[in-house]
Write a protein that binds this ligand. Sequence first.
Ligand SMILES: Nc1ncnc2c1ncn2[C@@H]1O[C@H](COP(=O)(O)OP(=O)(O)OP(=O)(O)O)[C@@H](O)[C@H]1O
Length: 556
Amino acid sequence: MIVHPRLLQLSGSVKGPMAACAALGLAVSAAYVGQALLLTAALAALAEGRHGDTVPLLAWALAVIAVRAALLWARACVTAWAGALVKARLRDRLVERLGRLGPAYLTGTRTGRLQTTLVDGVEGLEAYFSRYLPQLAVTCCVPVALVGWLFTVHAGAAAVLAAAVAGVLVIPRFWDATLLRRGRSRWTAFADLAADYLEATQGMATLRAFGAVRRLGDRLAERAHLLYVTTMRQLRVSLVEKGVSTFLIQAGTAGAVLAAARPGDAWGVFAILLVTVECFRPVRELSEHWHAGYLGITAVDGLRDLLSARPPVRDTGTGTRVGAAPEIVFDDVAFTYPGARRPAVHGVSFTVGRGQTVALIGPSGAGKSTLAALLQRHVDPDRGAVRIDGVDLRELSLDALRAGIAVVAQDTYLFHGSVADNLRLARSEASDEDLAAAARAAGAHGFVSALPQGYDTVLGERGATLSGGQRQRLAVARALLADAPVLLLDEATSHVDVQGEEALAGLRRGRTCLLIAHRLSSVRDADRIVVLEEGTVAENGADYYRRLRAADEVSA
Ligand SMILES: Nc1ncnc2c1ncn2[C@@H]1O[C@H](COP(=O)(O)OP(=O)(O)OP(=O)(O)O)[C@@H](O)[C@H]1O
């Protein structure tokens, strides 16, 4: 039984529905007790031959049973509502958090583990919030009230009952720390297995190509065995705890009845027996809900890590827009990744003039992607500044900055959804005509129209049903729809044919563009080329490409 402070904090947004669940739980308990007392009185009247009293008492008992059924139904509905609300609000918070943490956080995290936290962890927490916590409130009230009442009837039976209830609630707590530790081990094994399965499905083509499917199968089997072992270790503690609780409940019931037993007062003892049963009912239900909500509680570490992770950049800027085709300046920029020994970039200074295209080239690891990340403020420089039209990026709000930059990357991410949905990511209110116009300009309209349902055709995950070139044209169409004044082309020419290059040239027109490329052929249209080497600018000039071409021709 754990009331986790962090989880209680998370429950803040659903306090109302949880209170309603608790109130209905109390009403259900009151109905059970009322039914028990009425039935005892009816049976006593029947045994004593007071038939005139029996019928109304039974009628009242039936009425209470009907009310209890209605209350149970209402409680089930409110519990389902509270559970759905908890999950929706928690997932909203987590997704919003992930958005703020950005790619810098995701690169340091295993996607499968994160997904397990977001899906299974949140799913498991539903039972904790909507069933366990309301039941905890019921358990704090009902046994106390019934034991208090019993003290007024039979102090000895009440003392035995109080001791048994206290035992059921307190003794299993000695195992909580062990249970939580084993639960966490089980959760880790579960999350690792889920992460391995995700990687295996995503990387199946590579695994097959290297004949490594069997080896991976062995590893998955090992992981599955570890999950089994950790589950059994947790279950053993759970079963001991449950056994102790069950024993104390049975012993407490028998003890209270024995303490109250008096010759000639069979119905009084029967009433005490029923009250004792009702006294333990919330405790038993609490134990069941505890086990149902346990998965979520063991996931709390992952949730806490996610919710307490510090975003790499602060959104405190107040600037609201990026002007048309602005000037971009990298001014003595340096950045070192957390934990890295060497700076990824240092002393980088260059300017992208208004409406110009500057190409960043350099060998692998030279720092090109890092500069792209700095421009998008996925991270902030440790030294120096990136400025747009003289304004430090940190002075712009993140929304304004992101609206001001459109990105076309080498690996275009398309979501499972229609072509239109994917295009509208850039501008949700775009009309069908806007989509078609952008697709035409990007050279995508032809192949999209030829798809079975045109713009309503559902694309496979990551756009798996399209070729690389087609995906890239959709990315260009998306950037056109976004209509941002700054363009970041990250290896965007890798899948492009002549028509695609024309579309990209059209996209660059009237915009300031930073173009990242490995191949020299990709940068021939740039106004200037900046060559990066080992994190710093090695060459910066308008005639660099010409000189290189000339050198090529001489050597040929
Ligand atoms: N998340 C990270 N954590 C630590 N170091 C990183 C991280 N990302 C990149 N680096 C390091 O920073 C340096 C610059 O990497 P960057 O990705 O910017 O190079 P790049 O020029 O874009 O390379 P490529 O052309 O291969 O994509 C490299 O030494 C790289 O190892």
